[in-house]
Design a protein around this ligand. Sequence first.
Ligand SMILES: Cc1cc2nc3c(=O)[nH]c(=O)nc-3n(C[C@H](O)[C@H](O)[C@H](O)COP(=O)(O)O)c2cc1C
Ligand code: SF4
Length: 465
Amino acid sequence: MRSLNPIRMSGLEVLPIVEGGKGIAVSNGESSGAWAAAGGVGTFSGVNPDSYDSHGNFIPQHYYGRTRRERHEELIAYAIRGGIAQTQVAHERANGQGRIHMNVLWEMAAAERILSGVLEGTKGMIHGVTCGAGMPYRLAELCAEFGVYYYPIVSSGRAFNALWRRAYNRFPEWLGAVVYEDPWLAGGHNGLSNSEDPAKPEDPLPRVLALREVMRGFGLGEVPIIMAGGVWYLREWEDWIDNPDLGPIAFQFGTRPLLTQESPISDAWRDRLRTLRPGDVYLNKFSPTGFYSSAVVNPFLRELQERSERQVAFSVESVGDHTVEFPIGRRGRIIYLTDHDRRRAEAWIAQGFTQAMKTPDNTVIFVTPESANEILTDQINCMGCLSACQFSNWAQNEAGTTGKKADPRSYCIQKTLQNISHSEDVQHQLMFAGHNAYRFRDDPFYANGFIPTVGQLVERITTGD
Ligand SMILES: Cc1cc2nc3c(=O)[nH]c(=O)nc-3n(C[C@H](O)[C@H](O)[C@H](O)COP(=O)(O)O)c2cc1C
Ligand code: SF4
């Protein structure tokens, strides 16, 4: 294995090894601080992170506001407080070594307010901000105001081209690196575009070379690219290291750091990771953000798959093949189905999926009364955590809505990520993971239940294993 040379990121020579940010509280001050202390770059999640009272006790996020907008304001206050708390922990743990980055999701509600609030309250402690999802045009200007490096996460050279031309070209000195996240392999949300086929993964090398070409065109040949998604053993990436065509490269890990002493995930989550097999992580389109995402197939994800399978198109008038009257809801409102779909719907009802719920796409899905109740309750309890949510139809605009029908095929990501982060439940919650997670099972490093410290993992990674 080629030796890894240090690389300059966020103003310091560091190991070219990064812990990726993981929401909600999966990469935090402890894990990112430990990663920095080991000489790399640690990234804590700035998406609704945990905060603590003056005795150091975790503050559960309860919401008291009566309207979504009031709860949205409470959420922003929690997020800023949590971001500052995690920064302080990370700063202490890092002990002056490595670099600390904060991760934000541009599609989270009030991303700019939260980012500014945290940077304002932690001056000098955060060295970089990584930001994925959507097109974060304002990221560069905001980071430059605080003298912090910015790290856009993209899945193609095309996306970076648009960001640079429209906004980033005015702040070249604060661009820390560009994160290329493999949209077929990385855990969490994935940036697959409409022209890319979720079933046809593409080799990252030509895509990253294309990104480098775009960057060279803007005079950014020496700005590092951080390769994220599907990286396990660095010995499998030897042709990427010191490759003059690629230029400076670092590697980001999201899934491997889940299984470390400092990782805050539950024992149940750790145990499940060790038993995953190829194919157990599923690239799906259920996220209320509208993005693809990758998570472990468990009863939570299976229920979403099945909800979407128990789906038929309807018409409000009798037209074409849709001529069969079908009463739905308490008031027995009539919709029209095809005869074939009427039979399918009746079979689902006979199995207990008695509640028909309309989607924004002129379809209805069939769920149990318990499920329908949970969906409606979660929609009502929404605290506006996203800038636009397909599940509840909340939007951060004046009207407070996307103007579309709420989509019962999706779920409240805020609720489920809080639950999985703060309980032992890994069956009925969303469990993000990268597609390589099955490798925990066979990697000898983890034999006999061994769980490394972050320091041990970083050392192991530098050996190529
Ligand atoms: C549990 C989990 C949660 C994640 N959450 C986020 C997130 O909130 N924001 C983000 O930009 N990336 C997130 N990611 C992606 C990671 O930061 C990282 O880029 C990715 O996991 C790298 O690929 P790998 O999973 O193959 O290691 C998450 C990944 C995992 C596994
Ligand atoms: S319903 Fe949507 S916007 Fe509201 S809290 Fe849940 S995920 Fe966030």
